[in-house]
Ligand binder design. Structure first.
Ligand SMILES: NC(=O)c1ccc[n+]([C@@H]2O[C@H](COP(=O)([O-])OP(=O)(O)OC[C@H]3O[C@@H](n4cnc5c(N)ncnc54)[C@H](OP(=O)(O)O)[C@@H]3O)[C@@H](O)[C@H]2O)c1
Length: 430
């Protein structure tokens, strides 16, 4: 199929209408495909041809919203999406993210994003993470001026707590917010009233908790717990797809944290990191990659006061998560057992209603009291097809009620004071 034919594929019937911005200026497709995995060493990397196939399968299945960020793969994700979507640009919504920075730096990075995305307008431009030492006013004013010129259609904030959102609101209109949200991570619910009051639409990222909330993960947890394969798998992961661990672990990871905003964009030069490089800064999604820790290195955040440490030597963490994900709070020592149990319980409950765990997890995020839309990730064609299939019709309300209960109980067991699922402190202003 040509790209035009792919783009002509109708969206599947699903229960969530497009997300309409408050001023009525724009409709955003409620489901987006995330581009973090495209070239970023936080994730065990799929082959290039599989990334292209994933994007084409998404189009074939009606996905019209693609999410990326300048730091994903040091610009590689933006570049890939730019290449694949350029011919059907006006039929898709493209969202990207930039770290806040002093205006001249920010403008330079924005220009690079336009170049890599091969477009003269960006549908949603998010500030990726708060950065306390940066004055947001000139950035937001600049984005407003870009909006007036039709170069940016919506302004978004990602991972911003309400007090930081307010700092931005005094300089311009904020249309959308993107935050991590799923059955295992419900902290963003505390800001629901704030976002509704300010008519800011919300998109959930990592609705599958980066792959933990899937039927496949249930078996993987059982195997890892039963055979101790988790520990052995760590060595395997480092040897094969373990670039994330190598690039971001320990002290090297701490350097990469600052690189997420600075080095990644500045080093981009012509706009794109070297195609073959799996090394490099590999900053991953914001500071998240930093938290991955090398194999058995523990989480750097622990020293900074964030509760919990990475589970010892990855024991019990399924090998499929032995990339940057092993630093997630769900895998921390003292939490891992609860995570395994919760995933099993959620899976069993979903099964009683004839649903897969991923279907239940996705629909949980967009239930009426949840978020307006979501951005999922997929490493291959079959995953994106399964996700879009899961979204075609919602599970019964009774299932949502039951998994809500399990999820609440689990959530109450997460260490107090954890700000985000990566376990780092966003207050550090990275
Ligand atoms: N703003 C931010 O700070 C931020 C942070 C995180 C993410 N995001 C955005 O949100 C997007 C989505 O995040 P995410 O990748 O964490 O989302 P996710 O949907 O929670 O996780 C995606 C992972 O789930 C697994 N998966 C997906 N479909 C599956 C299926 N049908 N069966 C089994 N496993 C399946 C795969 O794991 P395996 O790889 O193990 O197969 C896949 O890589 C990112 O790409 C990015 O665009 C933004």
């Amino acid at each position: 199929m040509t790209l035009d034919e792919l783009a002509a594929c109708p969206p599947p019937a699903h229960p969530s209408p497009p997300v309409q911005l408050d001023d009525g200026a724009m409709d955003i497709p409620a489901f987006g495909l995330g581009g973090w995995i495209f070239g970023d060493t936080y994730w065990n990397q799929p082959e290039h041809k599989d990334m292209v196939r994933t994007i084409h399968a998404a189009l074939r299945n009606g996905v019209r919203h693609f999410d990326t960020a300048s730091i994903y793969g040091n610009g590689r994700s933006e570049q890939l999406l730019g290449q694949q979507l350029r011919k059907i640009r006006n039929q898709v919504c493209i969202a990207t993210k930039l770290m806040p920075a002093p205006l001249p730096v920010f403008r330079r990075r924005l220009k690079l994003s336009f170049q890599r995305l091969m477009t003269d307008y960006i549908d949603i431009l998010y500030l990726h993470w708060p950065k306390l030492e940066v004055d947001y006013a000139p950035i937001i004013e600049h984005l407003e001026s870009e909006r007036k010129q039709g170069r940016i259609r919506a302004i978004g904030l990602s991972n911003f707590p309400p007090e930081e959102v307010k700092r931005c609101l005094s300089s311009g209109r904020i249309d959308v917010a993107q935050d991590g949200y799923n059955l295992l991570w419900r902290i963003p619910e505390r800001d629901t009233a704030f976002y509704r009051e300010h008519k800011i639409r919300r998109f959930a990222y990592s609705p599958l908790a980066q792959g933990i909330l899937t039927d496949e993960a249930v078996g993987a947890f059982e195997t890892a717990a039963g055979t101790g394969v988790g520990g052995a798998g760590a060595a395997g992961a480092a040897g094969t797809g373990g670039a994330a661990g190598a690039d971001t672990g320990g002290a090297a990871g701490a350097a990469a944290a600052d690189a997420d905003g600075t080095r990644a964009a500045d080093a981009a030069g012509a706009g794109v990191a070297g195609a073959g490089g799996t090394g490099g800064a590999g900053a991953g999604d914001g500071v998240a990659a930093t938290n991955a820790g090398g194999a058995g290195a523990g989480a750097p955040e622990t020293a900074a006061g964030t509760p919990g440490t990475a589970a010892t030597a990855n024991a019990g963490i399924p090998p499929r998560f032995h990339d940057g994900r092993k630093g997630l709070v769900f895998f921390r020592e003292g939490t891992l057992d609860y995570t395994r149990q919760a995933v099993q319980d959620l899976h069993k409950t979903a099964g009683e209603f004839g649903s897969s765990l991923e279907k239940a997890a996705l629909h949980f995020c967009i239930r009426p009291e949840g978020f307006d839309g979501l951005v999922t990730g997929a490493r291959n064609r079959s995953q994106v097809e399964a996700v879009m299939q899961a979204l075609t019709c919602g599970p019964p309300p009774e299932l949502i009620r039951r998994i809500d209960e399990i999820s609440r109980e689990y959530h109450g067991r997460l260490p107090a004071g954890t700000n985000n699922m990566f376990g780092h402190s966003r207050r550090k202003g990275r």
